[in-house]
Design a protein around this ligand. Structure first.
Ligand SMILES: O=C(O)CCC(=O)C(=O)O
Length: 324
């Protein structure tokens, strides 16, 4: 069956044929991509989660100051990121900064997103909003990203607000090297949940292992249905791949490499699972020779960078190092 979110150009060819470029917006890209998840029928009512009181909220300037301070990444955390392809770091943001960012992203999403959409998304917020910019370009998160990648300098690929609304289903298994048109493994995504994220809310979950992606390299992508997600799941179960799917405490965030397979459960709570996700790459990375429809509207994120070119547009600033 043809996937309803595809145009006639992107739907053409075999189910694994993704050679053409995406021809709709990034919000429609997410609608399509989420439709590829194999979601079991929900059991039971949505669960209420208690919202913690963050105390007096910091000003925008105070959030920016907090995010300019370095986070002490340990050698063990760097080694774990390289061995496992992801790492979860506690206490990167204070509850007050989370609450402010959550409120700002909510306003920005509510201004533009159809409230009936289950997985709401918005990119490039940093261009319009100073608070979001201070988080997306923060020396603290940039410093962690550079340490994990072993890069002298990192650049921004894009930001994402991702709100999985109450009752919305799973995020399919995938790895970002399939998505980003960046010709390097030195790419990672910081996934910043803007509230404590219990298992019932669908925290991001990771397949452990730097080479785990190779186990599923032969699973055929399916642009119309759920067989790719199911195939990856089955292969991981068969091969005994360990999956980290524990909750995130408030202020905890994860960093996953472009080769890390990840997924997320449905949101079975009555609160939106709100996330700021930001992707960075080592300075000097080039555009892959032939971006596909799986890269979404990538030209918005790296304007003017044609296949083969070094990515260094004004929308890909180098993150300033933290000041100790
Ligand atoms: O938030 C989600 O459910 C998916 C996010 C994701 O895949 C990513 O940020 O790489």
């Amino acid at each position: 069956m043809t996937n309803p979110y595809l145009s006639s150009a992107t739907a053409a060819g075999t189910a694994s044929d993704v050679a053409v470029e995406w021809d709709r917006g990034n919000d429609q890209w997410w609608d399509w991509y989420m439709s590829l998840a194999d979601s079991p029928a929900p059991v039971g009512p949505l669960v209420d989660v208690a919202e913690a009181d963050p105390g007096p909220l910091p000003s925008d300037d105070e959030v920016a100051a907090e995010l300019a301070v370095p986070y002490p990444v340990t050698d063990t955390q760097v080694a774990s990121f390289r061995a496992e392809s992801f790492v979860k770091l506690p206490g990167v943001l204070t509850p007050g900064a989370l609450a402010r960012l959550r409120a700002r992203l909510r306003e920005m999403l509510d201004d533009v997103v159809d409230p009936s959409v289950g997985f709401q998304s918005l990119e490039m917020m940093w261009l319009d909003d100073a608070l979001v910019r201070s988080a997306v370009l923060s020396p603290r998160i940039g410093g962690i990203s550079a340490a994990l990648l072993g890069a002298e300098r990192v650049r921004l690929y894009h930001d994402n607000a991702l709100s999985k609304e109450p009752g919305a289903g799973r995020t399919p298994w995938h790895y970002d090297a399939h998505h980003f048109p960046l010709d390097s493994p030195s790419v990672l995504t910081a996934w910043i949940p803007l509230q404590a994220t219990p298992v019932e809310m669908g925290p991001l979950a990771f397949a452990r292992g730097a080479e785990t992606w190779k186990l599923v390299a032969d699973v055929a992508f399916d642009k119309h249905g759920t067989s790719y997600d199911r195939g990856v799941s089955d292969a991981f179960r068969r091969d005994g791949v360990q999956v980290e799917d524990r909750p995130f405490a408030a202020g905890e965030m994860s960093f996953h490499s472009a080769n890390c397979f990840h997924t997320a459960g449905a949101n079975r709570t009555t609160s939106p699972r709100m996330v700021l996700a930001t992707t960075y790459f080592a300075d000097g990375v080039r555009v892959i020779p032939a971006p596909t429809m799986v890269s979404g509207d990538w030209r918005t994120f790296i304007p003017g960078a044609e296949p083969g070119a070094v990515v260094a547009s004004a929308r890909n600033p180098i993150l300033a190092p933290p000041t100790p």
